[in-house]
Design a protein around this ligand. Structure first.
Ligand code: ZN
Ligand code: ZN
Length: 375
């Protein structure tokens, strides 16, 4: 009896140690002392944290309301009822020579961008968006498996949140020579996961680099960072401008509405394509993400020529039915006569000539079957 109890206790202790190790890996390393000393000389860093230009408030009273955190453990009632239409891809779907100006949306903020004959990947996440399995689950698979990614000229990570920076994906690339472009502080996480320091380019807002003939500029955003409690804003978040072959792409990543959009539009616009987040808005965190009317305002502030909505279609992060935000953005864009691009996941488009459809409004196969029977 005593032996069984001891064995059980040992097993539980071992499980706890293994879980703690796994969690520690997922959280990632924090910036080193020498880096922090350098950050302290920057205008957007003080008291151990990066700061927004405009403050960000959480509505604590509303935060306490249900449904709370535990909904992330459950199957989402906001998820689509049937499989979404998508173009399934493999490595062979991609030409050996990348295009001059093409984009393939892979769901959420993951894009394969071809610009000036180069190809890069943004915010690659193929699994769930949490440090442990089965939490913040996807409601559809990526149309392109990680193992089937085509050759890349670089990978961009916009910030350290789990729906943008995935441990398994970074580990997958540790033995390759693909460079990473990240905001300040995120390099520490990548180095801790085995990426050689010389492969990582870390940028502050308004820093610009040339990488494989693409000019990359990190720009202001209004958001936050952190992969575990107590580590808020120790690394930077950013939006990005990509320039190549005479085209300009603005990648908005995650961030709420603010005066920075007009400033960026005035200084760097107009943009041939803007990719803006649409689906994480909530009155409980009004400044961290864009509400549908703010998406439209941001697009006008930026002087964007075509809008590609991102940050939707994969995770239920803000308690909306999965197609609510895209429906609202579409009708607001129509009112303002803005050009909206809504490719299916996996559909490669040329933004200037693409004619996309509101594919999410088509009846699900089950509904279509029911309609057929009724008739
Ligand atoms: Zn985020
Ligand atoms: Zn996000």
């Amino acid at each position: 009896m005593l032996l069984t109890a001891l064995l059980l206790a040992g097993l539980i202790a071992l499980l706890c140690i293994l879980t703690a190790c796994a969690l520690h890996s997922q959280f990632g390393a924090l910036p080193e002392e020498a880096e922090i000393r350098r950050f302290q000389t920057l205008p957007n860093y003080s008291n151990g944290q990066f700061h927004n230009l405009e403050s960000v408030h959480m509505n604590v009273k509303k935060l306490a309301r249900k449904p709370g955190f535990f909904r992330f453990l459950l199957d989402s009632s906001n998820a689509p009822e049937s499989e979404l239409p998508a173009v399934r891809l493999t490595r062979n779907s991609f030409a050996s020579k990348p295009g001059e100006f093409n984009v393939t949306w892979l769901g959420h903020s993951m894009l394969i961008v071809e610009l000036a004959g180069r190809r890069f990947l943004t915010d690659p996440v193929f699994g769930n968006a949490a440090p442990v399995p089965f939490v913040v689950r996807r409601y559809c698979d990526s149309p392109l498996p990680r193992e089937e990614l085509p050759p890349l000229d670089f990978i961009l990570i916009s910030h350290d949140h789990y729906d943008h920076l995935e441990y398994a994906t970074i580990r997958f690339f540790r033995n390759s020579d693909v460079p990473f472009v990240v905001p300040l502080g995120v390099g520490a996480i990548l180095r801790g996961w085995g990426i050689a320091p010389e492969r990582i380019r870390e940028l502050n807002w308004n820093d610009s680099i040339m990488l494989n003939e693409i000019r990359i500029t990190a720009l202001t955003n209004r958001h936050f960072s952190g992969r575990r409690l107590g580590n808020r804003n120790r690394t930077l978040w950013a939006s990005f401008l990509f320039e190549g072959g005479g085209k300009k792409i603005y990648f908005g990543a995650d961030g709420g509405y603010g005066k920075h959009f007009r400033e960026i539009g005035t200084r760097y616009g107009p943009f041939d394509l803007t990719c803006l987040e649409i689906d994480a808005w909530n009155e409980r965190w009004p400044h961290n993400h864009l509400f549908p009317d703010e998406v439209i305002q941001a697009q006008m502030d930026l002087r964007g020529k075509r809008l590609l909505p991102i940050h939707w279609g994969v995770f239920d992060l803000a308690m909306h039915p999965w197609d609510e935000s895209i429906g609202k953005v579409r009708s607001l864009a129509e009112q303002k006569r803005l050009l909206l691009l809504t490719p299916k996941m996996g559909e490669r488009i040329q933004p200037e000539s693409a004619r996309t459809t509101p594919w999410w409004t088509s009846p699900s196969p089950r509904d279509a079957e029911l309609t057929k029977k009724e008739n």
